[in-house]
Design a protein around this ligand. Structure first.
Ligand code: 0RA
Length: 681
């Protein structure tokens, strides 16, 4: 091994390739190189190859990249760059291509001089893809010739050979992931499309084609080309939203062999959506570029506001929070030697980037404001409103959250409280809708069960400020009923009920209300979740009746089981409600008579027994007795305790469900509406 390394150093020179190592370690510990061998790792193979082509585009040579999913699990990545060098080195007999494909390049990019900046630096190189592919073919168009070489699990099947003539340059890598390495072999079209769309935004002027030619899939071809780069990205993020400044701010400048690109626009919402990238790699934890951006943003907007007297003398300076409300921004920097830090390497560490971004972005924003006074006024006006709302929220907090202020308030009229004053045994049912609330009030055990009906949907707390939240009657009622205040004033000792049970309908609306409530508890009453005080009631889906017997089923399987236990469908009349609530006989006695039922003959001679099945659509359909028997009686009910096993994960779910991005939320609610019933967060 050491000898081999020496050889390579001799042949290419230490300046070209710093450390060369064979591919054995990659096959031994693939996770170290591509993160995992599941779906994420499989897709990483594509990113790795594409990154190399994007590097070639960023270096100014390639203009177009095509990524195709082909039959037989093959993936093909074509670019029109210079082509990986193919020259054989006399001393070693290896071509540059073979070196690129069979050696780990730990010390930076092959060729050294070619790249000013490089996007593939998080990448470990195309050799890793080769090592983890049962088949890989490289085709190079260069110097008028077409060159080819095939590999199997990282080893060349033959020497590189010239197979024809060409009038252009470029590289095509075709590979098939090794099925003995990956636990997942199916590519996710949506994931690939999203990633490559984002890469297109981040590489202004590049064209990226994405093609689906797999067997068993509808053929698709997407072509991404964004002349505006991240400016187009902002516009796409703001599609369908109301914007404050019509013209998107944009700057793209080089400084000391680095490049700073920033685009921003304000919308009329509260959320901040700032994405930062270094060499096209997303930095979810931010870093020095984000710090520079934030400081320049606050400073520049304050300076402009003061100089134009939009910010009056008496007014406080705009805070960082004020200037980030409703802000959508992309910060994209390119640099030669990026350092990534933090737990997940998601944070840019290069100290110089703070100053670079601060200077380039600050100057450009200042110029933009001067040149676009209308836009400037809209932006600063929005920030001033944010500042005022912040002050209003602060005083709301001060007056309403003053220690004891909420506790002394009279209990809401809608609350049907219990008689016990021992919180350990008390339960609060939060019930969707007044009619279900009515049934629950009549059906409950009033000694220890309290009922609070909620009308309609409660406020979406993720987006609301405390002052608005407290102005919302449903939320105020809930806070007062719980008796333990909110946020930093929350006092578990004062909690009036130790079991808080969310009882909503088993439909999509019910799931939504439940999520809104869970978000509220998660954001503002975290100790309730941490201490296991939150539960979800499980009302039955069906009531089954046969003669005098009544049974309840909480799932379709359970329903089937009961039907079977009661004599099955051969000699009984099953009445089931369809979607519109119309009763429909799906199997009649007559049909059963004609059947060849053997064992059940004896039953048939008696009066026919009918099983009536009622599907509950809402809690409101149950009478008080039924509600008590099925859902509220501690001796027979099912309740699910909601725990925070993984607060971070829950936060993400809440973010996704509650943030402004409507599409994923809709999708999640539609596909998980049933599962959410059993959600243990
Ligand atoms: C090393 C040196 C040069 C180009 C490349 C690698 C290169 C690699 C990949 C991978 C995918 N597409 C690629 N395109 C180019 C520069 C060679 C020269 O100076 O001509």
């Amino acid at each position: 091994m050491a000898k081999n390394e020496e050889q390579k150093k001799d042949s290419y020179g230490a300046d070209a390739i710093t450390v060369l190592e064979g591919l054995d370690p990659v096959r031994k510990r693939p996770g170290m190189y591509i993160g995992s061998t599941s779906a994420a790792g499989l897709h990483h193979l594509i990113w790795e190859v594409v990154d190399n082509s994007i590097d070639e585009a960023m270096a100014g040579y390639a203009t177009e990249i095509s990524v195709s999913l082909l039959p037989d699990r093959m993936v093909e990545v074509i670019d029109n760059g210079r082509g990986i060098p193919v020259e054989k080195h006399k001393a070693t007999g290896f071509s540059a291509l073979e070196t690129v494909l069979t050696k780990l390049h730990a010390g930076g990019k092959f060729g050294g001089t070619g790249y000013k900046v490089s996007g593939g630096l998080h990448g470990v190189g195309v050799s890793v893809v080769n090592a983890l592919s049962e088949y890989l073919k490289a085709e190079i168009h260069r110097d008028g010739k077409i060159w080819q070489q095939e590999y199997s699990v990282g080893k060349p099947k033959s020497d590189i050979k010239s197979v024809g003539k060409t009038d252009h340059t470029g590289t095509t890598i075709t590979f098939k992931a090794d099925s003995s390495i990956f636990t997942e072999l199916e590519f996710n079209w949506g994931k690939i499309l999203d990633r490559l769309r984002q890469q297109s935004y981040l590489t202004k002027g590049i064209t990226i084609n994405v093609l689906d030619k797999r067997e068993g899939h509808r053929e698709k071809h997407y072509r991404f080309h964004f002349e505006g780069g991240i400016k187009s990205y902002i516009k796409s993020l703001h599609r369908g939203k109301t914007v404050k400044n019509e013209t998107v701010f944009y700057v793209d400048k080089e400084i000391n062999n680095s490049r700073v690109e920033v685009a921003l626009q304000y919308n009329d919402e509260y959320n901040e959506n700032v994405l930062s990238f270094a060499n096209n790699i997303h930095n979810p934890e931010g870093g020095t570029h984000l710090v520079g951006f934030r400081s320049a943003l606050t400073r520049t907007l304050n300076n402009y506001g003061r100089s134009k007297n939009i910010l009056k003398e008496k007014q406080e300076n705009l805070s960082g929070e004020d200037v980030r409300e409703g802000l959508t921004a992309i910060i994209s920097v390119k640099l030669a030697d990026p350092q990534f830090e933090g737990q997940t390497k998601g944070k840019l560490g290069n100290a110089e980037m703070k100053g670079y971004v601060e200077q380039i972005f600050g100057d450009a924003l200042s110029t933009f404001l001067e040149e676009h006074p209308k836009e400037a006024e809209a932006i600063i006006g929005k920030c001033v409103l944010s500042a005022q709302a912040r002050l209003a929220a602060r005083s709301a907090r001060a007056t309403i959250l003053r220690k004891g202020a909420l506790e002394g308030m009279t209990l809401p009229g809608k609350l049907a409280d219990c008689s016990s004053r021992h919180p350990e045994e008390c339960e609060l049912y939060i019930v969707e809708g007044d009619s279900a609330g009515g049934s629950a009030k009549q059906g409950r055990d009033r000694r220890f069960q309290a009922i609070l009906p909620l009308r309609g949907k409660i406020l979406n707390v993720e987006r609301a400020r405390l002052d608005k939240m407290l102005a919302n009657n449903e939320i105020k009622n809930l806070i007062i009923a719980l008796g333990a205040n909110i946020d930093e004033q929350f006092d578990l000792e004062k909690l009036r009920y130790h079991r808080i049970i969310i009882m909503t309908d088993a439909d999509v609306d019910g799931a939504h209300i439940r999520t809104l409530l869970l978000t509220l508890f998660f954001r503002h009453f975290a100790p309730l979740l941490n201490n296991g005080h939150i539960y979800i009631a499980q009302p039955p889906l069906y009531q089954l009746k046969k003669g005098a017997s009544v049974a309840y089923a909480y799932s379709d399987e359970e329903k089937e089981k009961i039907i079977t236990e009661w004599g099955g469908m051969t000699d009984t009349e099953i009445i089931e409600e369809d979607e519109d609530g119309e009763k429909e006989i799906i199997e009649s006695e007559e049909d059963a008579n004609e059947g060849e039922g053997e064992g059940k003959k004896g039953v048939k001679s008696k009066a026919p027994t009918k099983i009536a099945i009622q599907r509950y659509k809402g809690l409101g359909e149950m009478n008080p007795d039924q509600l008590w028997n099925t859902t509220m009686n501690p001796a027979s009910r099912i309740v699910k305790q909601v725990t925070i096993e993984d607060a971070t994960k829950a936060d993400q779910v809440f973010d996704m469900l509650m943030g402004n991005n409507v599409a994923p939320r809709k999708n999640f609610i539609q596909t998980h509406a049933k599962k959410v019933q059993n959600l243990d967060i």
